[in-house]
Design a binder for this molecule. Structure first.
Ligand code: C2E
Ligand code: CA
Ligand code: CA
Length: 516
């Protein structure tokens, strides 16, 4: 690693010079002066006694000046760091302005770096960074600079050139990305990473300041990370506006929970056998004072960014249990309500206890609450906190649904270990199932697997009556989707239930039986 070797040499020679010229060396002045007297007499004694301290004083100032020029580099990657990037951009910005030359700032983020370093250890992570630093170095021109910004981030600053168009910039970005995504061999093991890259051309920076340019590249990187894995984004003025809107939303979302602006809506789930309602899924909605109803896709990331997911969970659970009580009071039989839980919430060691307490407080049997978890959670270790929570909740009597089934990587063993009772087949398998044989084969296969494992199934995102009918034929026990009803505020559920039940009453029952 040439740059690493160079960096190590600089740092050793710097340390040696500091030691030789350090103030402790003045302690040897009397000894040296005495030797000078023995060898060359009185004049030499005076010269050494006075001259040496003056010499050190001068040399000290010189090394200080040299030290200021030596770029501080990271020991692992041999790369300069964040503060150096800022200093370099200060200078480079001026050059671009004065000469009309162009440059670009790239930020590279390795996407699964934290997980990899947890799994393989700090040493493997350091080797990985070192290898990537070498690759990036080999890829750019001698005048361009690579920086390590800490954690999983690198930066590349392109030295000013007469022309640097968007197309060239994208080509460099994809070369950097390919370099980051080539497997890295560490301890005889091939490690694979994906990366997000955001960049901003010097000509596109919203202002002529170092901060504005770095922030613009950072906005592009965030946008790329949002579209993970392996995205590349160039900063544009519109991107800046979107990110400002998003920041405003994050600030507002923080208060929206306190103000009671976020509450669950409810979407019914039906038995394909009887047509009866077997439950409702609680789905969060934000009643924004100016923007009207905002869907979770827009505000969940904001709540996640501000660490509010646990509070959202409490609000939705409270709303869901309140709804169950109200349906009971109104004389509707709604067997259960499903609430979505994130990995974060499931890691709370007090979760099962808290839910038990909430159910007690509402005087509701545990089997009236369904916990919806994503496949990604179940793909984790059965020893972790989420698994323990799910086991405790299942033991308490709550039902566990596996959400978005087919999109993650849950193994059959994991499904068994995690006390799952029902799988929710993802909409991607459901759409056009009545018209597309391939879809039918997939649903049948899932259905067979579920039956063998003693699991129930629910088809999500059923949009047409054709899909509904086909799913019944394929043996899916439950359906949920726009074909039945869209999610609605609690108040509307009462009218909807009345109407649905009266429709059911009017229909002859094809196959009787228990609704659940
Ligand atoms: P999900 O849990 O998979 O929820 C189903 C989503 O599909 C809902 O979107 C629902 O409105 C939508 N949907 C239902 N039927 C149909 C259909 O026939 N066609 C189509 N195209 N879509 C249908 P929504 O409400 O926008 O929620 C999106 C996601 O946000 C949810 O996906 C869930 O992951 C998350 N989410 C919603 N509420 C909560 C919550 O209270 N807590 C947590 N942690 N996540 C929530
Ligand atoms: Ca769900
Ligand atoms: Ca789902």
């Amino acid at each position: 690693m040439a740059s690493h070797g160079r960096a190590a040499f600089h740092s050793h020679s710097k340390r040696l010079a500091e030691w030789l010229l350090g103030p402790h060396m003045l302690a040897f002045v009397p000894a040296i002066a005495l030797s000078a007297f023995w060898i060359a007499g009185e004049l030499a004694l005076v010269t050494v006694a006075l001259g040496l301290p003056i010499l050190y004083l001068l040399a000290g100032t010189l090394t200080d000046a040299r030290a200021a020029q030596i770029r501080e580099v990271d020991a692992t990657t041999g790369l300069p760091l964040q503060n150096q990037l800022e200093t370099d951009i200060d200078k480079l910005g001026l050059t671009c302005r004065d000469t009309g030359r162009k440059s670009a700032l790239y930020l590279i983020q390795l996407e699964e770096f934290d997980a990899l370093s947890q799994r393989y250890g700090q040493e493997a992570a350091a080797t990985l960074l070192e290898r990537l630093a070498e690759r990036f170095r080999a890829l750019v021109r001698e005048e361009d600079t690579i920086y390590w910004l800490g954690g999983a981030r690198f930066a590349v600053l392109v030295a000013p050139v007469p022309q640097f168009e968007l197309e060239t910039a994208i080509q460099l970005a994809s070369r950097l990305q390919s370099a980051a995504e080539e497997p890295v061999s560490v301890n005889m093991q091939a490690l694979f990473l994906s990366s997000a890259i955001g960049f901003c051309l010097s000509t596109r920076s919203p202002e002529n300041t170092t901060d504005a340019w770095i922030k613009a590249a950072d906005t592009a990187l965030n946008e790329a990370a949002r579209n993970a894995p392996s995205s590349i984004r160039a900063y544009s003025a519109e991107m800046g506006e979107t990110s400002m809107k998003r920041e405003a939303l994050t600030r507002e979302a923080f208060f929206a929970l306190d103000n009671g602006e976020i509450a669950p809506w409810f979407q019914p789930q039906l038995s394909t056998d009887t047509g009866r309602v077997t439950g409702f899924e609680a789905l969060a909605r934000w009643h924004h004072p100016k923007r009207g109803t905002v869907a979770p896709a827009e505000f969940l990331p904001a709540l996640q960014d501000s660490g509010q997911m646990e509070r959202l969970g409490e609000v939705v659970l409270y709303g869901a249990l309140t709804a169950l009580k109200a349906w009971d009071r109104a004389g509707f039989y709604v067997p259960c309500v499903a609430v979505n839980f994130t990995a974060e919430e499931l890691r709370n060691p007090k979760l099962a206890e808290k839910i038990r307490w909430d159910l007690d407080r509402f005087d509701l049997a545990p089997n009236r609450l369904t916990i919806e978890v994503l496949e990604t959670i179940v793909a984790g270790s059965p020893e972790d906190a989420a698994a323990r929570n799910l086991a405790a909740l299942a033991k308490l009597g709550c039902r566990i649904d596996l959400d978005d089934f087919g999109t993650g990587h849950a193994s059959i063993t994991a499904i068994r270990q995690f006390a799952i009772e029902r799988i929710k087949i993802d909409r991607s398998f459901i759409s056009r199932v009545d018209k597309d044989q391939e879809q039918q084969r997939m649903v049948s296969a899932i259905q067979t697997m579920a039956e063998r494992l003693g699991l129930e199934t629910l088809a999500e995102g059923v949009e047409t009556s054709g899909e509904h009918a086909m799913l019944g034929q394929l043996g899916c026990a439950h359906v949920q989707g726009f074909a039945i009803a869209r999610p609605m505020p609690f108040d509307e559920t009462l009218g909807w239930l009345t109407q649905h039940n009266s429709k059911l009453g009017a229909l002859p029952q094809i196959r009787g039986g228990n609704a659940i």
